[in-house]
Design a protein around this ligand. Structure first.
Ligand code: GLA
Length: 429
């Protein structure tokens, strides 16, 4: 190749790069351009609590059926869940009939969903809620129902025609990492082409990790949230392992999160059987710090007042939904304590101190104030409010001081720090 053609090619490449920058903004921050999930999505998702129970003969109250979702929709409104922000009522696996219809479209199991999904969506919308559904990029769903491979456009159109508002797209039964990546991308584009606003919830990195390090910049361009780690179970061990996974990989995953695209550590299991009250506090506090989508998977017909109070805690939800949209991270780990922090709008910070020791009683932890919020949170002073386990105003703390907290085994103290200078400038207005 002569020099001239090299220069021309370089010129073209540069022009293309500039154009790409103008079109796409700064690489690494571009999110799926559907205007959705500007804060983490909130709702209810059936999987952890109800799984693939299709036995409506023997278990009519807990099988995956229209009746279950109609009941949950009613309760989401009457019991304050919708007002607290939980808007998306989501169906997981096992809603489908075992075969597509004669036109190749997915169809709901007609015994369990006698009026079809369109009818359910209409009802859910009449309540001011939104409906989520589930499908899979591979040849079958994880539970063995029809997969979307080869049908991405038809399925996206079917969901849009039904009035679906969110798609959880699973990654079972993909033959290769390429099939997985192509499937997630193609479904994202297919959803976009329908013209309907559909939140796109992915599991792409979870299935990619065993083979390749996921490219989060790319994933963020196609998905509104993405699962990274294994399925959650109703146990402390499971919650802990998700926290461990997230902190061990925080350099890769934290920068990927922001308005329009979030890391998804999986459902909230608060209100079920496996977590103690302190462990439920830990899950709620840390899901707020992690800017996680908040999908409860529990039985809203039977839930304790403590679990309900925690899940509907306005102060904690405000941290989760903070408009700055920056995910928090683990700041420190020592002596079986972990300190996590998250920057919030208006120079505020959220801080969580977790006591991971599951023997003995409550333990004290002392935090030097200057170590929080990159040294800025309390410089020269800040107002600290404890939000969990109980709301308590702790007052003003100067930069040079320390804060002593007491934390139950496997529990968490969640704090909100407001910058004193910000408070002073607000009150002088
Ligand atoms: C996978 C997903 C779960 C759930 C099941 C359904 O395991 O990770 O969240 O959707 O499939 O079969």
């Amino acid at each position: 190749m002569n020099l001239m053609s090299r220069v021309t090619r370089l010129g073209c490449a540069l022009a293309f790069c500039c154009l790409a920058l103008v079109l796409w903004g700064v690489p690494g921050t571009r999110a799926l351009n559907n205007g959705l999930a500007m804060t983490p999505t909130m709702g209810w998702l059936h999987w952890e609590r109800f799984m693939c129970n299709v036995n409506c003969q023997e278990e009519p109250d807990s099988c995956i059926s229209e009746k279950l979702f109609l009941q949950m929709a009613d309760l989401m409104v009457s019991d304050g869940w919708k007002d607290a922000g939980y808007q998306y009522l989501c169906i997981d696996d096992c809603w489908m009939a075992p075969q597509r219809d004669s036109k190749g479209r997915l169809q709901a199991d007609s015994n369990r969903f006698p009026n079809g999904i369109r009818h359910l969506a209409d009802f859910v919308h009449s309540k001011g809620l939104k409906l989520g559904i589930y499908a899979d990029a591979g040849n079958k769903t994880c539970a063995g129902y029809p997969g979307s491979y080869g049908y991405y456009d038809i399925d996206a159109k079917t969901f849009a025609d039904w009035g679906v508002d969110l798609l959880k797209f699973d990654g079972c039964y993909c033959d290769s990492v390429k099939h997985l990546a192509d499937g997630y991308k193609q479904m994202s584009l297919a959803l976009n082409r329908t013209g309907r606003s559909i939140v796109y919830s992915c599991e792409w990195p979870l299935y990619a990790w065993p083979f390749v390090k996921p490219n989060y910049t790319e994933i963020r361009q196609y998905c509104n949230h993405w699962r990274n780690s294994a399925d959650i179970y109703d146990s402390w061990q499971s919650v802990r392992s998700i926290l461990d996974w997230t902190s061990s990989n925080q350099e890769s995953v934290v920068p990927a999160a922001g308005p329009g695209g979030w890391n998804d550590p999986d459902m909230l299991v608060i209100g079920n059987f496996g977590l103690s009250q302190d462990q439920q506090v830990t899950q709620m506090a840390l899901w707020a710090i992690m800017a996680a989508p908040l999908f409860m998977s529990n039985d809203l017909r039977h839930i304790s007042p403590e679990a309900k109070g925690l899940l509907q805690n306005k102060d904690v939800i405000a941290i989760n939904q903070d408009p700055l949209g920056k995910q928090g991270y683990r700041l420190r780990k020592n002596d079986n304590f972990e300190v996590w922090e998250r920057p919030l709008s208006n120079l505020a910070w959220a801080v969580a101190v977790v006591n991971l020791q599951d023997i003995g009683g409550p333990r004290y932890y002392t935090i030097p104030i200057a170590s929080l919020g990159k040294g800025l949170a309390c410089n020269p002073a800040c107002l600290i409010t404890q939000l969990l386990p109980v709301k308590t105003k702790l007052g003003f703390y100067e930069w040079t001081k320390s804060l002593k907290t007491q934390i139950n085994p496997t529990g968490t103290v969640l704090l909100r720090l407001e910058s004193a200078s910000k408070i002073a400038s607000k009150s002088s207005l």
